[in-house]
Design a protein around this ligand. Structure first.
Ligand code: IMP
Ligand code: MG
Length: 184
């Protein structure tokens, strides 16, 4: 567990409430996810697609724990809607350059909240005819959405709080924290 002096040094203020997932706990779980994904795809072409920006740290740790050939690409989605809640109108701002057809796709996401962003994106990606399409989410606010069959790999079930760190931001702050905490 980081000391409060450490947290203060990294954040420059005391806007965090509690550290919910430590650097050690995250590393342990990400290694397990890597083993799960390795076992789940004994053959075929695997493409790990990172949904930017939130998944950049998670993806870079995760792929180093997947012990089979794979490709990496990214996509950037933008959701238009009212204020802070995603309305479900999602557009791709950056489209993967790699071919998706016939590949096993694992879409990595930082956190699933209402699942609106994901549902739209999955629709768009399915049209490209991949061999299979699954989601690997570091965090899942499971009580915020109906179960989604595509969300096959989950790091941690998350509480309803607003979480930051390890890629997750609040107005671009806190992404660099090695742990995950909730905001005050
Ligand atoms: P959804 O469409 O409601 O599932 O929202 C998913 C997106 O909202 C995630 O990819 C995050 O970018 C953002 N988000 C949702 N909850 C949090 C949170 O607790 N902290 C930081 N970002 C979040
Ligand atoms: Mg995100």
């Amino acid at each position: 567990m980081p000391t409060s002096a450490e947290v203060l040094r990294r954040t420059g203020g005391q806007r965090l409430k509690t550290v919910l997932f430590t650097e050690t706990a995250i590393a342990h779980r990400v290694a397990e996810l890597g083993r799960e994904i390795t076992a789940a795809y004994p053959d075929g072409e695997l493409l790990v697609l990172g949904l930017l920006k939130g998944s950049f740290i998670f993806l870079s740790d995760l792929v180093r724990k997947i012990e089979r050939p794979l490709q990496i690409d990214f996509l950037v989605a933008s959701s238009y809607g009212s204020g802070t809640t995603s309305s479900g109108d999602v557009r791709l701002l950056y489209d993967p350059e790699t071919r998706l057809e016939g590949k096993h796709i694992v879409l990595t996401e930082d956190i699933v909240d209402t699942g609106n962003t994901l549902r739209k994106l999955l629709g768009i990606l399915k049209d490209r005819q991949p061999a299979s399409l699954s989601v690997c989410a570091l965090l899942d606010k499971a009580e915020m959405h109906a179960p989604m069959s595509e969300v096959r790999f989950v790091g941690f079930v998350a509480p309803k709080a607003f979480l930051v760190g390890y890629g997750l931001d609040h107005s671009e702050d806190f992404r660099h924290l090695p742990f995950i905490a909730d905001l005050k």
